[in-house]
Design a protein around this ligand. Structure first.
Ligand code: NAD
Ligand code: TYD
Length: 361
């Protein structure tokens, strides 16, 4: 068995990844450690708990709690680590950056320190089998103009507290590889979308609001560009990196599906109109509102993914239109999942983030 410690496995990408790896690899056992913050949800993995009871183990815990991490390493002989746990939403990092520093920087540091103490770093044969896969983002590279792509050699220029905290953790991970030969690999992925994404992020927020007939808040001029990657394609890329990636290397993971935010929101509205019919005779596009821009809003992200395409043979499989349709279908078919999340705490956040912007238009 390959014992795989997944951190943040109850979040959006983590839960998709846990399901994917357990289905795809019978010789993998997953230990999922997750603090269950507002973004962590046990409901994301109810099927996994049932279907893979013998190969899945959940621990509620904080990656910034080093004693707990040491206990986990004592109890299980960990081969691979896939480190997703993080505070992940840019807007929340602007409202309150401290949690980002704590989890993304200190949490990663404690995980690295535990590996340094518990893994036999001077035993080359043993360490060749280990992996510390650190899940990072394209946002650490900063913002692009109309043209150009980030490669794995692009300099770091993070601009939000979120991306700065991720950049900081990347530097620590790389330093542990360089200094202690910790078997680390870093991946930089573009924006993910798909089932189980928390409805504070652009795509599920728009689907949820459009369904309810609530305004669709588009920041600034709506021309910011993101490269949208279907979450399952990301999970397949991560498995390829775990199995074929090289220690100390970085891999960009993107879909080459750049879209302006307005284009994306309009596409969601059109598909929902087509699927559900017009709302009171009107297109959901009429719900779109331009609201005050996000401070320091990065204009465009785009990745050069030649390295992972050529060296690991990975390519995205899901086309943008197909992925968006599948995602809308999933949210419409799982109203209970969204409703259980859109509770008091979420509404408090929503009011803080959007209240004045929408009311002050
Ligand atoms: P998410 O916010 O949906 O999930 C984060 C998970 O981490 C939650 O389950 C949460 O409970 C858990 N967590 C938070 N703090 C913790 C702590 N201190 N200890 C243990 N668990 C903790 O995030 P996501 O969108 O699934 O992103 C996962 C990773 O991928 C993050 O590292 C993020 O930076 C990175 N990433 C995300 C995207 C994207 O588009 N979502 C793109 C590129 C990279
Ligand atoms: P988001 O999903 O927060 O991802 P990120 O900021 O990490 O790329 O936002 C994606 C894009 O959508 C980004 O340009 C900000 C924009 N956006 C809106 O226009 N309105 C919204 O309500 C949200 C949440 C995001």
């Amino acid at each position: 068995m390959i014992v795989t410690l997944v951190t943040g496995g109850c979040g959006f990408i983590g839960s998709n990844f846990v399901r994917h790896i357990l289905k795809a690899r019978k010789r993998v056992k997953v230990i999922n450690i997750d603090l269950l913050t507002y973004a962590g949800n046990l409901a994301n993995l109810v099927d996994v708990e049932k279907d893979f009871a013998d190969r899945y183990h959940f621990i509620r815990g904080d990656i910034a709690d080093k004693r707990l991490l040491e206990e986990v390493f004592e109890q299980f002989n960990i081969d691979w680590i896939v480190h997703f746990a993080a505070e992940s939403h840019v807007d929340r990092s602007i409202l309150g950056p401290e949690a980002f520093v704590r989890t993304n920087i200190y949490g990663t540091f404690h995980l690295l320190e535990t590996c340094r103490e518990c893994w036999p770093l001077d035993d080359e044969e043993e360490i060749a089998k280990k992996r510390f896969l650190h899940i990072s983002t394209d946002e650490v590279y900063g913002s692009l103009g109309r043209s150009g792509y980030f490669t794995e050699r692009s300099p770091y220029a993070p601009s939000s507290p979120y991306s700065a905290s991720k950049a900081s953790s990347d530097h620590l991970v790389h330093a542990y590889f360089h200094t202690y030969r910790l078997p680390a690999i870093i991946t930089h992925s573009s924006n993910n979308y798909g089932p189980y994404q928390f409805p504070e992020k652009l795509i599920p927020l728009m689907i949820n609001n459009a369904k309810k007939g609530i305004e669709l808040p588009v920041y600034g001029d709506g021309k910011n560009v993101r490269d949208w990657l279907y979450v399952e394609d990301h999970c397949k890329a991560l498995l390829a990196v775990l199995e074929k990636g090289v220690h100390g290397e970085k891999y960009n993971i993107g879909a080459n599906r750049e879209k302006q935010n307005m284009e994306l929101v309009e596409f969601i509205c059109e598909y929902m109109d087509e699927k559900l019919g017009l709302r009171h005779g009107r297109s959901r596009r009429e719900l779109i509102r331009f609201v005050a821009d996000r401070p320091g809003h990065d204009r465009r992200y785009a990745l050069d993914t030649t390295k992972i395409n050529r060296s690991l043979g990975w390519k995205p499989e899901v086309l943008f239109e197909q992925g968006i349709r599948q995602t809308v279908d999933w949210y419409l078919e799982n109203p209970g999942w969204v409703e259980n999340i859109v509770n008091g705490t979420y509404m408090e956040y929503y009011q803080k983030q959007y209240g004045a912007r929408l009311n002050g238009r």
